[in-house]
Design a protein around this ligand. Sequence first.
Ligand code: ATP
Length: 322
Amino acid sequence: MKKIAVFTSGGDSPGMNACIRAVVRTAIYHNMEVMGIVHGYDGMINDEFIPLDAKSVANIIHRGGTILKTARSKEFLTLEGRKKAFANLKKHGVEGVIVIGGDGSFKGALEFSKECDIPFVGCPGTIDNDLIGTDFTIGYDTAINTVVEAVDKIRDTAESHDRLFFVEVMGRDAGLIALRAGIGVGAEAILIPETKTDVEELIKKLESGRKNKSSKIILVAEGDDAGGAFKIAEQVKQRLPYYDTRVTVLGHIQRGGSPTAMERVNASRMGFAAVEALMKNERNIMIGIVDKQITYTPFEHAVKHIQELNPDLMRMVNILSL
Ligand code: ATP
C-alpha cells in the first residue's frame, strides 16, 4: 500500500486530532503517502483532499475538535454521491482509508464497500462511549472530565446558597457520561435512560436527605425516560417548594477542550493500530481497546448499544448518593 487517506466524520470529539497525528506519522514511517479529506464524506464527494506530511500534524495532539473538520453528509447516503466519492479516491490514488467517527460513519463505509473496492478501517470517535467493541471511545474521557470540572464549580455556588441543582449532560440514548461524571462529582442522584427513573422515589429521597447536606446535585442524561432536567426539576419544585431549585444544561462545552492524557494515549494507540491493520489487509473493521489490548470488531457489529450496567457499580452509586 503506497497511499492512504484519513478523515473525521459525524460529531467531533476531543482526541480526534491525536488520532489523525498517529495515523499520519505511522503511515509516513511505513513509507506511505497520506491524504487528509476535509469535511468527512462531503469532502470525499467534493474533492477536498489535502496532502498531509509529518509537519502538518505537529502541535495538534493537545487540541480539541478536528483539524480535518467533520460533517454529516446527505449526499453520501445516495449511490450517486458514493460514486463521486469513489472516483475522487481513485483519482488521488488512495488504496486504503481510515475513518474516525461513530457507528453511522462505519455504516456508511460498509455500504460503500459493497460498491467500491477500497479497504476501510475505523477508529471510534464519539463522546458517548456507547459502541460495541471498545472499552473507551475517543472523546469520552475528556467529556466526563469536562463535566466533572463544570459541576465542581456548580457545587461551589450550590453549597453557598443551599441550592438543589439539576445538571443536564449529553446522552440521548446512553447515560454513560452522566453515570461516570456523577460518581466523580459525588452527585446526590444520577438519572439515566438505561434505568427507569421514578420521580416519586427521587422526591422521597430528597425529602429524607434534606438534612444530610446543604447543597444537592442531580445529574440528568438528556435522554432520561422521565424527561430532561427542566421537566424533572419542575415536578420536584412543585412538591418540594422549600428547595431553592436551579437547572443548568451543560450543552456543547462537553464536546470541546483539550483531550486528557488518557484520551491522547488511547487515540494515538488506535490511529497507530489502524494503519497497521490496513497493512495486514484488514478491511471493514473498527479498532478498539478492550482490557488494554487492541481489538478488531467488524463494522457490522460496531453499532450503538445500550450497555448492560455493572450491577456492583449501580449498587455503589445508590449507597454513596443521597
Ligand atoms: P456520532 O456518533 O457523533 O453521531 P456518527 O458517525 O454515528 O457519529 P452519523 O451522522 O450517524 O454520525 O454518520 C456520519 C455519516 O455517515 C452520515 O452523515 C452519512 O453521510 C454516513 N452514513 C451513515 N449511515 C449511512 C448509510 N447507511 N449509508 C451511507 N452512508 C451513511
